[in-house]
Ligand binder design. Sequence first.
Ligand code: NAD
Length: 476
Amino acid sequence: MTQPTLILNGEARDTGSLGSLPLIDPASETEICLLPKAGCAEAQEAARLAVEGFAEWSAVSPFERGKILRAAAELMREQADEAAADMTREQGKPLAQARGEWMGSADCIDWFAEEGRRTYGRLIPSRTSDMTWSVHQRPVGPVAAFTPWNFPAWTPVQKLAPALAAGCSVVFKPAEETPITGWRIVRALLDAGLPPKAISLLWGDPAEISDTLVKAPEIRKISLTGSTRVGRLLAGAAGHELKKVTMELGGHAPVIIARDADLSKVVPLAAEWKFRNAGQVCVSPTRFLVEAPLYDDFVSGMAEAAEKITVGNGSDPATTMGPLASSAQFDKIQDLIGDAIDKGARVATGGARIGNQGWFFAPTILADMTTEMRAMNEEPFGPLALVTKVNDLDAALAEANRLPVGLAAYAFTGDSETRHRIVSDIKSGMLGVNHFAMAMPETPFGGVLDSGLGSEGGIEGIQAYLTPFTVTAKEH
Ligand code: NAD
C-alpha cells in the first residue's frame, strides 16, 4: 500500500501540525491509512518555498522545462497499473476508468510541455521609427492549486502542467479524500527533475490552508476546481487580495433530446456517460429534456440500460460503476431522491442503496421531473438521471438555460436547423452535439455564470498562468 506524505522542499513529511486524519476506502468504509494533517504552518512554509522555487524554475528555459515535464509524463505511464489501483482504492471508480484517467493525465502533461515552447510574445508596429514596442509573456508567479476528489489525476494536471510549463511554482492541495494520486503526480515531477522548491504538496484543514495561501503575499494566483460554494469563498478572498484566479466550478448539464433523435444511438451513450464515475463528474449529463414523442421510450430505454450496469468494488474487472466517493455524497443523493419523490417524481429504476457496506448506490432514473424539485436545481453529482418531458425546442432551451450555472450542455439531433438554434441559444461554456466526450488537453474547458471563471486546457489553459510584459524601447 502506498503511504502518501506531505512534500515540502522535496522532502517527505509524515507528521502534520494539526495531527492526522483518516483516509477511507469508499468500497469498504474501512481506513486505508492515516494522513498527516497540515494547516497554517505548512501553508506558510510552502508559500515561502514557492518564492524561491519560482526564482529558480522561471529561469529555466521553456525547452528544458518541457523536457522535465515530458519525463514526468513518462514516469507516470510506467506506473499506470499501481497508480490506477491506488486511485480506485481511494476514490472508488472502476480500474479501467482510473487507468484511462491516469494515462490521459500523462498526455495532458505532454501537451502543456509542448505549449510552454509556444508562449510567443509579439512585436507591435510603433508610432515612431526610433521606437520598438514588444510584448513578452511572463509567468504570473507562485500559484496555489486546489483540486477535488472526483478526478484525482486529471484535475491536478490541468493546473500543474500549464503552471509549470509557464514557469510558475505551485503549492498544490489535492482533496483530502484522494491524496495518494496527487502524491504520485508530485513524486513523478520531482523524480523527473523538477526543482524541489518549485512544487509543494499539502492537505489537512482545507479552510485553514486556503485562507493562509490566498492571503500569503508570496502567492500570486489561485486556481480551484471544486464546488461553486468554495469557488465563491476563494474567489472572493482572492479578489480582496487582488490576485488572479481560475475557477472551475459546478455544473448541472442539460441534455436536449430533439424529436428527430435516434434513441437507439442516444440511450446507450447516455447511460454510459451518465453513470461514468458514478455520475460524480462536473460535466455529467444530468437534466434530460426529452421532446414529448420520444419521452416514454427514452425513460424505459434508460431504465433498461441502467439495470445492466454492474455496480461493485472498482478493483473487480467486471465492475462498471463503483461506490460513491464519500458518505456525504451518499446522504445528499438520498435526500435529493426523497425530495423528488415527495414532489411527484417517478422512479423508473434504482433509487436506493445497494448492500450495507460501502457507499454503493443503484444507477437511478427519475422521470416526470419538475423544477420545484431540489435535484433540478442543485447539482446532484451522483448516479441520477433526471428526465423531463418538454413539448418543443423552445421549452427545452428555456429549461436548459434556467439555472445560474453553465458548464457543459449536450444536444442530440440530426436536424441542422435544430442544431443551429441550440448552438446559438445555449448558455454554457461547452456543448456536445450527438456525443458526450468533453475533456481533451487540446480544447478549452470551462463554464459561464456560476460555473466559473477562465478555462483550462487548450492554449487558454497556459495563458491563465502568463501575464503580458510590455516593453517600449527608444534609441538612446
Ligand atoms: P469542494 O469545493 O468541496 O472542494 C474542492 C477543493 O477545494 C478541495 O481540495 C477542498 O479541500 C478545497 N477547499 C479549499 N478551501 C476550502 C474551504 N474553505 N472549504 C472546503 N473546501 C475547501 O469540491 P468537491 O466536493 O471536492 O468536488 C465536487 C465539485 O467540484 C462539484 O461541484 C463539481 O462540479 C466540481 N468540479 C468542477 C470541475 C470543473 O472543471 N468545472 C471539475 C471537477 C469537479
